[in-house]
Design a protein around this ligand. Sequence first.
Ligand SMILES: Cc1cc2nc3c(=O)[nH]c(=O)nc-3n(C[C@H](O)[C@H](O)[C@H](O)COP(=O)(O)O)c2cc1C
Length: 178
Amino acid sequence: MTTLYLFGTAALPVLEIAETVRAAQARGWDVCLGLTPSAAAWLEPQLPELEALTGHPVRSEYKMPGAPDVWPPADVILVAPATFNTINEWSLGLTGKFVVGVVAEAIGKDIPTVAMPCVNSAYVQHPQFHWSVDALRSMGVTVLYGEGGFEPNPPGERRPYPWGLALDAVGAIASPAP
Ligand SMILES: Cc1cc2nc3c(=O)[nH]c(=O)nc-3n(C[C@H](O)[C@H](O)[C@H](O)COP(=O)(O)O)c2cc1C
């Protein structure tokens, strides 16, 4: 089976991650779920259920030196929802968090990677956000932002997060084995 690393960060759509895992599995992916520490705290009561659902440990921390890899290698990585903070950390190479470390290395390992931000229209006025999106695209990351991807909402207004676009983009890059 083909392996998708699904990495969620601390924006509200991460609370829907179980449904997205099921949707990815229905498309044929073996899903390994990674979370930032903030997202893991939000999902803490659901973590046992998410581990049972994926059949893999949910990871939010680096392993200890010498500890074995607990996941199969990734065929493709999806970072969604991706916060302003995580997009900027990734672009700048600030790898204090496990999931950011993995996707920073993925660029050099040529592992196809897709990111779909979740940011409001106030965050995107900070110039670093656009510099980060441009930099990630120049590194080969597919960033689903703007027309055809995530479009920012006014602060405080929730809109459905376009998970389907993210899974379609992943499927267009790498198809799960039948
Ligand atoms: C209820 C709530 C909703 C949030 N929604 C967003 C969001 O949609 N986008 C965003 O960039 N940050 C959002 N934040 C702020 C992030 O959670 C915060 O910047 C956090 O440090 C991100 O950490 P992470 O990138 O390591 O997950 C939200 C915070 C809270 C408390």
